[in-house]
Write a protein that binds this ligand. Structure first.
Ligand SMILES: Nc1ncnc2c1ncn2[C@@H]1O[C@H](COP(=O)(O)OP(=O)(O)OP(=O)(O)O)[C@@H](O)[C@H]1O
Length: 321
């Protein structure tokens, strides 16, 4: 394991005009991240993802719990941890007035790359992130995607075995997101372990080997994307009925069917979780017709991580975000 955390927690005390207020940002998180995997922490805004990353990267002290990161104890060996990790914050840490090359030279020297080795390391890193062409322009003149690549290159200049990425693709267009996903996969292929936070369902699904879904400072589910979805159901049939009352009326007959795993009513929508939607659908419709229920529309989809979030928290991650 490259990261293990047990009961990690953080309570902030914010002092305002109304006196001191405490916020339990993280409430006892357990994590086990394997060496060489891309591990995702998925959750809505305010779930405690950044706070968790800031604790694991030694930037803030936990209120409770313990962790080992890259082979060292968080409480007693923070300096050793810092030598072995890279961290790319949401803000990115790129000095906009300076060029990618100067940014990288400074990061290399700050992170203990030898003076003699710095020039070659910087050139390699610029090339690996397709930055050579813009290496000497002030970073403020770069596009969002290019700037993000500089930020990640900065986190990797000292070749850490573990990289933390806080919301790496937020604000990027689909092309740049896909490009960054490929780069993160290349990192894994070269043996680097990656912990990233995201609130994008598709990102967690497509990119992460395993993930923790967090909400209100706790882990509500943990596993591979496929296992998490399988736990809920393979398929989701969504039926739109004329009203919420009608949807409620449909619930009983549908719940009674042997292959139904779970049914949710959401306004005039009836969401039915089951394992073989294609085969169940004709039967399902017949049962509803027998109950004289009118169906306005039908959709059959594979279960998503949003269904997992809904199942665990009662809310959709899309709404929660
Ligand atoms: N320094 C602080 N003082 C007080 N409260 C804080 C502080 N930092 C974070 N919080 C609170 O802790 C909670 C978790 O915040 P955190 O930034 O970890 O969430 P997040 O999941 O990373 O959200 P986002 O996706 O918006 O970055 C929030 O309610 C936030 O307002």
């Amino acid at each position: 394991m490259i990261i293990t955390a047990e009961g990690l927690s953080k309570t902030f005390t914010a002092r305002g005009r109304k006196g001191a207020q405490t916020v339990e940002a993280v409430k006892g998180v357990d994590l086990a991240v394997r060496t060489g995997e891309i591990y995702g922490v998925l959750g809505p805004n305010g779930a405690g993802k950044t706070t968790t990353i800031r604790m694991l990267t030694t930037l803030i002290t936990p209120t409770g719990g313990a962790a080992r990161v890259a082979g060292h104890d968080l409480a007693t060996e923070p300096r050793k941890i810092r030598e072995r990790i890279g961290y790319v914050s949401q803000a990115g840490g790129v000095d906009e007035l300076n060029s990618p090359r100067s940014n990288l030279i400074l990061a290399a020297r700050l992170n203990g790359v030898s003076k003699a080795g710095t020039a070659a390391r910087v050139e390699e890193t610029l090339a690996a992130f397709d930055l050579t062409e813009f290496a000497d322009r002030p970073a403020r003149t770069l596009s969002g995607g290019q700037k993000r690549r500089v930020a990640i290159a900065l986190g990797l200049i000292h070749r850490p075995p573990l990289l933390f990425l806080d919301e790496p693709t937020t604000g990027l267009d689909p092309h740049n997101r896909a490009n960054l996903w490929d780069r993160i996969r290349l990192l894994r292929a070269s043996g680097t372990s990656v912990l990233l936070t995201t609130h994008y369902l598709d990102e967690a699904d497509a990119l992460c080997d395993r993930l923790a879904i967090v909400d209100h400072g706790v882990v509500v589910a943990e596993g591979t994307p496929a296992d998490l979805k399988r736990e809920v159901a393979a398929d989701v049939v969504t039926l739109r009925l004329p009203s919420e009352t009608e949807a409620g009326r449909a619930r009983g007959p549908v719940e009674a069917l042997p292959y139904t795993r779970e049914v949710r009513v959401d306004d005039d929508l009836l969401r039915i979780y089951l394992d073989d939607g294609e085969h169940a659908l004709p039967h399902l419709l017949r049962v509803l017709e027998e109950s004289a229920l009118v169906i306005r529309s039908i959709a059959l989809d594979r279960a998503t991580l949003d269904d997992v979030f809904l199942h665990k928290t009662g809310r959709s991650l899309r709404d929660a975000a």
